[in-house]
Design a protein around this ligand. Structure first.
Ligand code: GRG
Length: 299
């Protein structure tokens, strides 16, 4: 990727990582030492931080200070981490490796991994509620968007569909729906919550929604492609699982070449929506580069 993009991405990480570090402190006696250690083990174990960066960058693109999105960005990363911790459990996807390290339940045991996931989910909303001191209307809307995206009509619904679809080949429409919910909602939520924080108009929000919906689709298709093309050490998690578990994915249903075509189409649609926003005067350069970065990512 280009040097400017990398610098820009790093500047968001420099803003975000210290905030996240203190948002789930190590020594919180009230939370019980072990569960805090397990939660922090997963939360602070790297990861690309795409969701927080999307929230900060969208707010900046809309002309606001990206710092204002920090509590929402941290909440989204906590929710994302909790979903990975629970997804890795033996009763779900049963994985031993995540972000290049043993999964939370391998390191701390299943009971503590369940509690660590629960703690991260609750802390996510505490961090947001701590921000509700001034100018609450837009903040409440941002919080509502995140709660809904993570909940039983969002990511949890997607995970339920995923479990139901295990071992079968499902029709493409059902696959798309499953991914819109399971992965797409947590890519949409950073962008839409930033639109809410900025008080963006319905029209502008709809352009960003089209961008994020297609970005989420592209992200998922690339995830399916990486499962068959990437090395385990680069990816930091097990590969080849989709085939082994007879999972329906864009690759298992359509083959690698068609999946790559879908990936390019979704990225193009995402960038076209940004092009329309740029026509209104917004500087969408970073978000366009982010779409290209996700297209080319190898982990
Ligand atoms: C347990 C309620 C519940 C939900 C789990 C997200 C999810 C739902 C399961 C994860 C399964 C999976 C591999 C989904 C594909 C897309 C995805 C979320 C990949 C991991 O996200 P990245 O690549 O990971 O952003 P990092 O580690 O960079 O944060």
């Amino acid at each position: 990727m280009n040097w400017m993009f990398n610098q820009h991405y790093q500047s968001y990480l420099d803003l975000f990582e210290p905030y996240l570090e203190q948002a789930f402190p190590e020594q919180e006696r009230a939370w019980g030492g072990d569960v805090a250690t397990a939660a922090r083990y997963s939360l602070l174990s790297g990861g690309k931080r795409i969701r927080p960066v999307l929230a900060l960058a969208t707010l900046a693109c809309l002309g606001r200070e990206p710092e204002q999105a920090l509590p929402y960005a941290a909440a989204l990363e906590m929710i994302h981490t909790y979903s990975l911790v629970h997804d890795d459990l033996p009763c779900m996807d049963d994985d031993d490796l995540r972000r290049g390290r043993p999964t939370c339940h391998k390191q701390f045991g299943e009971a503590l991994a369940v509690l660590a996931g629960d703690a991260l989910l609750n802390r996510a909303f505490e961090v947001i509620l701590d921000d509700m001191t001034t100018g609450c209307q837009n903040k409440l809307e941002a919080a509502r968007i995140i709660a809904r995206a993570a909940g039983s009509s969002g990511m949890i619904a997607g995970q339920t569909l995923d479990l139901e679809a295990e071992g079968q080949l499902i029709p493409p429409e059902k696959l798309e729906r499953l991914h819109q919910l399971k992965t797409g909602q947590l890519i949409l939520a950073p962008v839409l919550s930033a639109c809410a924080l900025a008080g963006a108009s319905d029209f502008v929000t709809s352009l960003f929604q089209t961008f994020a919906a297609n970005l989420g689709l592209a992200f998922q298709i690339q995830d399916d492609i990486l499962d068959v093309t990437a090395s385990e050490s680069r990816l930091g998690k097990s590969t080849g699982k989709d085939q082994r578990d007879q999972k329906s994915t864009y690759v298992t249903l359509f083959g690698l070449d068609t999946a790559r075509t879908f990936l390019l189409d979704a990225t193009r649609l995402a960038k076209e929506a940004l092009g329309a926003a740029a026509g209104l005067g917004y500087d969408t350069t970073f978000l366009e580069d982010l779409a290209d970065y996700l297209l080319q990512r190898d982990h």
